[in-house]
Design a protein around this ligand. Structure first.
Ligand code: ASP
Length: 436
């Protein structure tokens, strides 16, 4: 989908969000607690919203499996490229972990989900009662114990997929990718082509489903506000602030520091050189769609060699998702707060790991992290439908997190360029040619 298409979709989703929230709030004001309103919601907007969500969720397994196996298979190049590969992945993972950490810090400070009136929360939990049984498990299951580690390795990958056991599926996908790199190129080619097609089909389904997003978001918002009024919406504002604040800290604090100290480049010159990339990422909400611009501009404006760009940036578009990981961490904690699911320190440490890994599994396409988010929520015993609360603002957040995702890739390229000294570009020379 092109930049214009994305902007139009964002606009239509915004309208769907406002219309759903407005209509739902009015109905709630007029008929809160009326059986007729509940009947209407339960028979129209709720099933419609659920169907839309399920169409997104059904692609999560092929998407995660395909993109992760392919991502790891491309690590075959890492071995050939030796140090550069290891360093790239190290910078990717460090930036992503710092990003999630910042997000979790902010959301713990602001506590956007805790002030929900108790009766609103009780009704939320009661509505999604089927899933509440899993909540008890969350507290005990979410520790960094040995059993967690053992359970990451599935005895039966098909059963792991059927159970939506994301970590186990990710482990299997990684092993699959490693296995693939060990085959002779001619033997591996059909499987690589199959996986590429699998990811392509999943992405095109997401594209299709997102066309219905205005209606899906309307239905979800109407269901939530019709039942619970607009109390919830006010807290949503604080949640958006938490996500944006975390991203700003990473963008204006961590990146400039890393660019200066590790990349030996002036942060101002970096931002000036990278601005076309930032705008493209912001307007397309897709790391993949931005990749051609990223490659061209990073080489031309930031003086990173073709070799480093060609290696780091495509890998980053699939593996390095700083903004997505931060968004997932903040959102999971927010929804957990709304539903009163306690996530203590060790649970949050586990969440950090899950976010870093699952962001690797997200494809660089619009809203590709949403289905993953539903699965993370469910695996923590939080009702996946809780996503309804945040979906309405997802378009804007997707634009911002994609910008962070892509900037993280460019930061990594600048760091790797310096560490490897692969380009003839002198760190002391201006990163960006003088304007005009
Ligand atoms: N839209 C993001 C990207 O392409 C992925 C996501 O978080 O949904 O980088």
């Amino acid at each position: 989908m092109g930049g214009n298409g994305e902007r139009n979709l964002a606009l239509r989703v915004g309208i769907g969000l406002l219309a759903g929230a407005g209509a739902g709030s009015v109905c709630n004001l007029l008929w809160a607690g009326e059986p007729a309103l509940e009947w209407c919601i339960a028979h129209t907007t709720e099933p419609a919203g659920t169907i839309w969500l399920r169409t997104l969720m059904m692609v999560v397994l092929p998407l995660v499996f395909g993109s992760l196996a392919l991502g790891v298979a491309s690590l075959g190049d890492l071995r050939r490229l030796g140090r550069i590969g290891g360093r790239t992945v190290l910078v990717f993972l460090s930036l992503t972990a710092i990003s999630v950490l910042l997000g979790l810090l902010v959301v713990n400070l602001l506590q956007p989900g805790t002030d929900i009136p108790p009766e609103t929360r009780d009704r939320l939990v009661a509505t999604y009662a089927t899933e509440s049984a899993a909540r008890a498990q969350a507290a005990s299951g979410l520790t960094l114990g040995v059993s967690t580690l053992v359970n990451v390795v599935p005895r039966n990958p098909v059963a792991a997929m059927a159970d939506f056991d994301l970590l186990a599926v990710i482990f299997f996908a990684m092993m699959f990718g490693i296995g693939l790199t060990r085959l002779a190129p001619a033997k591996a080619a059909p499987m690589t082509a199959f996986l590429e097609a699998l990811v392509g089909v999943s992405t095109s389904i997401i594209d299709l489903v997102m066309k219905l997003a205005p209606f899906g978001v309307f239905a979800l918002m109407f269901t939530v506000t019709g039942r619970f009024g607009y109390d919830l919406l006010a807290r949503l504002g604080v949640y958006v602030v938490a996500v944006l604040l975390g991203m700003l800290l990473q963008f204006l604090g961590v990146y400039p520091l890393v660019v200066r100290v590790l990349g030996r480049m002036s942060p101002r010159a970096f931002l000036r050189g990278a601005r076309t990339i930032l705008l493209t990422a912001f307007s397309t909400s897709s790391s993949n769609a931005t990749l051609p611009t990223t490659l061209q501009v990073t080489e031309r404006e930031l003086g990173v060699s073709k070799e480093v760009c060609g290696f780091v940036l495509p890998l980053g578009a699939t593996l390095n998702m700083n903004g997505t990981a931060l968004f997932e961490g903040v959102t999971v904690l927010f929804i957990a707060q709304v539903f009163g699911v306690p996530l203590d320190l060790s649970a949050q440490a586990m969440l950090l790991v899950i976010c870093v890994i699952s962001a690797v599994g997200a494809a660089g396409t619009p809203s590709s992290s949403i289905p993953l988010l539903v699965v993370i929520l469910q695996s923590l015993g939080i009702p996946g439908e809780g996503i309804a609360i945040v979906l309405g603002v997802d378009r804007v957040l997707d634009m911002c997190r994609t910008t962070l995702n892509v900037t993280g890739d460019v930061v990594t390229a600048v760091v790797v360029r310096r560490l490897e000294g692969l380009s003839g570009f002198s760190p002391a020379s201006p990163a960006v040619p003088p304007a005009g």
